[in-house]
Write a protein that binds this ligand. Structure first.
Ligand SMILES: O=C(O)CCC(=O)C(=O)O
Ligand SMILES: [Fe+2]
Length: 310
């Protein structure tokens, strides 16, 4: 065998050899490996940083809000059926308690004349009081009106003879009956089994800083827990998102996902009041937002009669 082969075996470069250059090759190979190594490290770092950036973005950005009803569109009926919570299990009101649960938005129930009239009533009534913080209510059953950081009775606040007129209550009743009909039709509840309950109230929200818990409308809550007797909640909006105010969307929250109803004057939004419908109102960013909450119960003992002149 040749010397070359033996040298290969020993893999030692012979002194002064000018032929084959295994050391150069090894050096080239090492350089190549180093370059590949650094490329690999750079690649791994890029992947790690990209993954971390995506993770942080997903974790720390606000949840994406899907819009169930846009303010600049009109819906004859936008609805979704959802699984009911266990909240109704112990209820005995078989004709009325939700057989299925859901969320509904309808824009064609209340006329613009009715909306204008009720907005006038809300502004007039609330002008006698008003919370120091961002949320004021005027309860049509009890007459409770936010004033400063407490509540007063609207009936004692009206100077002699002024106040709500029969016409105001007539329009409220007409609107309430239309909403009750829509809820009964949708949730297949006979009207005789569905009763108006308290509180039923005008609300006004603005950007003032909250002064007490009543002003903090932006906390997720369940109406049945907050108000006790509710089976079906409805809201009639008297002003419009992105026209009369910004922020202030109504948000349903479902395990980290959020679904918005954008208020629109004349829009009726109704839903079953149990923990299948956790919701809140976003903080207002500008303007003033007016709405009426009209609530219904299946419990005849929690029924109230229609508000009327006192
Ligand atoms: O005004 C609204 O859109 C909803 C208010 C609300 O959730 C409530 O009063 O319980
Ligand atoms: Fe609520």
């Amino acid at each position: 065998m040749s010397e070359v082969k033996r040298r290969d075996k020993n893999s030692k470069k012979p002194k002064g050899s000018s032929i084959s250059r295994p050391d150069d090759e090894r050096q080239n190979h090492t350089e190549f490996r180093l370059k590949t190594h650094w490329k690999y490290i750079a690649y791994v770092l890029t992947v790690v940083f990209t993954a971390a950036a995506i993770y942080l973005k997903v974790v720390y950005t606000e949840p994406r809000v899907a819009t169930f009803a846009h303010a600049d569109r009109q819906y004859q009926k936008q609805h979704v059926t959802i699984v009911c919570s266990d909240d109704y299990k112990r209820d005995t009101f078989t004709e009325c308690k939700p057989k299925f649960c859901g969320r509904v938005v309808m824009d064609g129930i209340v006329t613009s004349e009715e909306v204008d009239h009720l907005l006038g009533v809300a502004k007039m009534g609330l002008s006698y009081g008003g919370s120091n913080g961002g949320a004021s209510i005027l309860d049509l059953h009890s007459g409770a009106l936010s004033k400063g950081d407490k509540f007063i009775s609207i009936y004692s606040a009206f100077p002699g003879g002024e106040g709500f007129k029969e016409e105001d209550f007539k329009i409220y009743r007409t609107v309430k009956n239309k909403i009750q009909q829509a809820i009964g039709d949708h949730f297949k509840v006979p009207l005789h089994a569905l009763h108006l309950t308290k509180p039923t109230f005008f609300s006004r929200m603005n950007t003032s800083e909250a002064k007490n818990i009543h002003d903090e409308y932006w906390h997720p809550h369940v109406d049945r827990q907050t108000y006790g007797s509710f089976h079906y909640t409805s809201l009639l909006y008297l002003s419009t998102f992105n026209k009369d105010f910004t922020g202030g969307r109504f948000i349903f929250t479902d395990n980290g996902t959020e679904t918005a109803v954008e208020p629109r004057a004349g829009r009726v939004s109704f839903f079953t009041s149990g923990s299948e419908n956790v919701h809140f109102v976003e903080k207002l960013k500008s303007g003033v937002r007016y709405a009426i909450t009209v609530s219904f119960t299946c419990d005849p003992e929690k029924a109230i009669s229609d508000p009327d002149v006192v």
